[in-house]
Design a protein around this ligand. Sequence first.
Ligand SMILES: [Fe+2]
Length: 325
Amino acid sequence: MPSAIDQLEVVPLHPSFCAEVRDIDFSQPIPPHVIAQVQEALDQYGVLVFRKTGIVDDRVQIDFAAQFGPLDDMEPHIKAGRKMRLPDKEMFDVSNLDPEGNLVTELDPQRLGAMKGNALWHADLAFNAPRAHVSILRAHQLPPAGLGGETLYLDARAAYDDLPEATKARIQNLVGNHSMMHNRKLAAPDIYEAINVRDFAFSKHKLVVPHRNGRNTLYITSYIHHIDGWDEEKSDVDNEAATVELVDELFRHADQPKYTYLMPWINDTDLIMWDNTAVLHRATGGPYLTKHVRDMRRTTSHDVGKHGMGMNKEAFRQGLPIAKS
Ligand SMILES: [Fe+2]
């Protein structure tokens, strides 16, 4: 069948997902028909890498990203007390630098906690309503090669397809309660020990969500604190324990090499875009972390599709409160 993406050079990187897109010229505005082809490739592959884009201006990335949906911004984090290193509020700073441009150290427990939280499986903004659709991450400055920092992706559609039918039936109507605080507490319990996750908002999304192309996605993240929709009533404590058990069981299935791809960052200005409604991802860290600059910049669009709001009645966004030390 003829496909619009026949016109792009798309090189698959894994049997079921991830591809490299070649020969897009980012030095000038990208025409709508090329954007449409990129969108189609993204729907199919879930993760696209563009090597050596040459983009050094954040506004170029923002303008590109805005063509895939309305962009999220840093407003909730700024309100919660976060200082900005980068001038544009649509640009999420996922570097290991503080607002003054110094390497993050153990003296900045909140940023360190965030970096540890990003090393757990997640879909961006699952803790918000609407959730995220497309994330675009650009390497502004990479650490020396061989010191880590790869991004690991998981094909959450293929993982869903291969679940036993009994498991599919068991999880079909369950709803995850996603909390950014829960992820941070899991990643850095020493920093967030005193925080009660139930004092903060939850975003409700089903564990199984149809993708816009019709396939089901296993939408499980390290933000899920408890689950609604069990057959029998459970106390909060029993619910949280059963949630850990179920999420672990699903990840034992999904987190297998046949569903994952370790994406290397090779050059400054490499750009990776992924569909948070089709794939999960996590940072892998490495020896560079508190030794070498890794300046990564992310834009993220909202999921304006019919499942973007999940089971939430109204839109809301979580900002991370300052951890008390
Ligand atoms: Fe992320």
